[in-house]
Design a protein. Structure first.
Length: 393
């Protein structure tokens, strides 16, 4: 993979330490060893690594040592508005603790040397959160890009700060970032997109967002009566506003996907989707703006990573039925993650629930984002997935 010059990987944190402790403590994690001649492959399993949260290199070393190789590594390349690579952007900076390193390039080289796909992941709208101490805030320099709540406030701080998908400048910033990404890393196999706003507030009352709707409809959103659970039932203009929000976010996803695929048709795009999205009332759907089925129907994505707590396969079956009606060959992959915005956040608990469904699940993606839940869970889940795969064969 073509990438800028780089030096050794970043300093590991609790996840890397816990992983190394299981397989043998290492005071100075070495670069991953060359690929084994006959590695044990795990069919249809993806692992997400987040350089902004933990050093990926020790994780890869453990995968080598235990011969637990997934078929895809997904690198979180934009997380809370900070890039895992030198983005060459006036909007996004590389995370301070990653400056001078190139985790995206390191993981890409490691993956492709073993015949494993390497993808990048972008969180398109959450541009600031408190996950990292002293994290840069893009809105300090670009305040007009921040999506605000009525009457012009930031909304729930627990969810961080979000860029407005209704502001054309946001689209320009993100498409520019993707152009830099594909120039720096032309061998990327795919791109995973997370695109959503928080559910607790209706963001989009900043001046640029209001102006965009006024241009479209000659109505200021602040004049709409959005109180109650179903304001769209008493006012058709509210329904129009909700539809416009979903359409604008969809166009943003489409623009980013098109930029990534430009000139290279083999590149694939996946989107993250909430399993219960279409069970939510229209008001909450319009807040979240995560209309993944429309994105798939319009050809923006080739794969859906379904986010759920996995108490049952009810939402999985619903998603599979919806995708089956869209007339497009779209992969459906369950995501086991420790960063759900709702329900039990435990990676181990979610995996424990999902694995009960056994052979009915053919693909799995694992995202151990919060290290307090990860510990040795990555290895344990990979071991159990290997057993399930070998048992099914």
């Amino acid at each position: 993979m073509t990438s800028p010059p780089r030096r050794a990987g970043i300093v590991g944190n609790a996840l890397a330490v816990a992983l190394l402790a299981v397989s043998g403590a290492l005071s100075q994690p070495p670069k991953p060893t060359p690929a084994a001649a006959t590695p044990l492959r795990l069919g249809n399993l993806s692992l997400v690594v987040s350089p902004g949260r933990f050093d990926a290199l020790p994780v890869l070393a453990v995968l080598d040592q235990e011969r637990l190789l997934p078929d895809r590594i997904i690198v979180q390349a934009l997380d809370c508005g900070e890039a895992a690579f030198a983005a060459q952007s006036s909007f996004f900076r590389q995370a301070k603790h990653l400056v001078g390193t190139d985790p995206l390039g390191d993981v890409g080289e490691w993956s492709h040397a073993r015949g494993i796909e390497c993808w990048a992941a972008l969180d398109l709208l959450q541009w600031w959160c408190d996950a990292q101490a002293n994290a840069s805030d893009p809105f300090a320099e670009h305040p007009t890009l921040q999506a605000l709540n009525f009457p012009g406030t930031e909304g729930a701080a627990a969810f961080g700060k979000f860029a407005s998908p209704f502001n054309p400048a946001t689209r320009e910033a993100l498409c520019g970032l993707v152009r830099n990404l594909v120039i720096g890393y032309p061998d990327l196999d795919g791109l995973l997109l997370t695109c959503r706003l928080p559910t607790g507030d209706t963001l989009g009352f900043d001046e640029p967002s209001r102006a965009a709707y006024i241009r479209y409809r000659q109505v200021d959103p602040v004049d709409l009566m959005l109180s109650g659970d179903h304001p769209e039932e008493r006012d058709p203009e509210v329904r129009e506003y909700y539809d416009w929000r979903l359409r604008m976010v969809g166009e943003l996803v489409g623009c980013v996907a098109k930029e990534f695929r430009a000139g290279v048709s083999r590149r694939r795009v996946a989107v993250l989707g909430r399993g219960d999205y279409y069970d939510l009332i229209p008001k909450v759907q319009a807040r979240l703006c995560m209309d993944w089925l429309t994105w798939v129907v319009r050809g923006y994505a080739d794969e859906l990573l379904l986010e759920d707590g996995w108490d049952s396969l009810e939402k999985w079956n619903k998603a599979r039925a919806l995708l089956g009606k869209c007339g497009k060959p779209v992969l459906l992959t369950p995501l086991v993650t420790s960063r759900l915005w709702y329900g039990d956040h435990s990676l181990e608990a979610a995996w424990g629930r999902l694995k009960k469904h056994g052979a009915s699940i053919q693909r799995v993606a694992l995202d151990p984002y919060y290290e307090k839940y990860a510990g040795g869970a990555v290895q344990q889940v990979l071991r159990e997935a290997r057993q399930l795969r070998s048992g099914a064969q």
